[in-house]
Design a protein around this ligand. Structure first.
Ligand code: 5RP
Length: 242
């Protein structure tokens, strides 16, 4: 059975609580960063708070930390924040990756990511890191993964008809993500399109593997290898660990 998301308008108090919660989570994550580390820099508004705080830490503590960005946006912000960058071909390991999420299953810590369409590079960096830490505000924590948020697939543009057919055959409800500021679909940093799909997530590890086996799908937004989730609240943080 396919469920659809509902968007309710948030009050200004809710918006400000969410902002304070993101900040609280980012400040907690900063405590994990040590001199000499290579740090995966996630994408999205919560990761952006962390990136700015990391820039401050490097400046004020005069430490040597290198970042690996997961998107065009996190790359730009890291440069503006004074974080020296390296690419995947310049490092053997990533010590820690800090990233956001669209939904977190509070029991398993499995995630849905890709609301910003950057999940392919995010998964490469996050899964390669020695430790993968997720930052969210409390509104992202759910009992049942995928009820309200679809799973994004990054798809080679010319394969959209066959990918859509295959998803429909599997009983899923797919939709091409359309752009607000240009005609046509959202185009990712890698020049591909996004198909958002409501699909049964009873076994997230299996679905994560299976979706990537559809020819034309580059990567999906189910993340099942998370070490720690820092949940920000307006005045405290909560740490969820496997
Ligand atoms: C981008 C992502 C983001 O991490 C996710 O969408 C959360 O973003 P935000 O912190 O803005 O809520 O996966 O592809």
């Amino acid at each position: 059975m396919v469920k659809r998301s509902t968007t309710a308008k948030k009050s200004s108090k809710q918006v400000s609580d969410i902002e304070s919660s993101k900040y609280a989570a980012a400040k907690e994550a900063i405590k994990l960063i040590e001199d000499g580390m290579i740090v995966g820099l996630g994408s999205g508004t919560t990761s952006n708070v962390f990136i700015k705080e990391l820039g401050n830490k490097i400046l004020t503590e005069d430490i040597s930390v290198f970042g690996i960005p997961t998107s065009f946006e996190s790359r730009m912000l890291a440069i503006q924040s004074g974080i020296p960058l390296v690419s995947l071909d310049q490092c053997d390991t990533i010590d820690i990756a800090i990233d956001g999420a669209d939904e977190v299953d509070k029991k398993s810590l499995n995630l849905i990511k890709g609301g910003g369409g950057c999940h392919t590079m995010e998964k490469i960096v996050d899964y390669f890191a020695e430790e993968f830490v997720v930052l969210v505000d409390n509104s992202k924590v759910v009992d049942v993964l995928g009820d309200k948020t679809p799973v994004p697939l990054e798809v080679l543009p010319q394969t959209y008809p066959t990918v859509l057919k295959e998803l429909l055959n599997r009983g899923a409800a797919p939709a091409i993500r359309m752009s607000n500021k240009k005609m046509g679909p959202v185009i990712t940093d890698n020049g591909n399109i996004i198909i958002d799909v409501f699909i049964d997530l009873d076994n997230p590890e299996e679905v994560e593997r299976d979706l990537n086996n559809i020819p034309g799908v580059l990567e999906n937004g189910i993340f099942t290898k998370v070490d720690k989730v820092i949940v920000g609240h307006p005045k405290k943080v909560e740490i969820l660990e496997r």
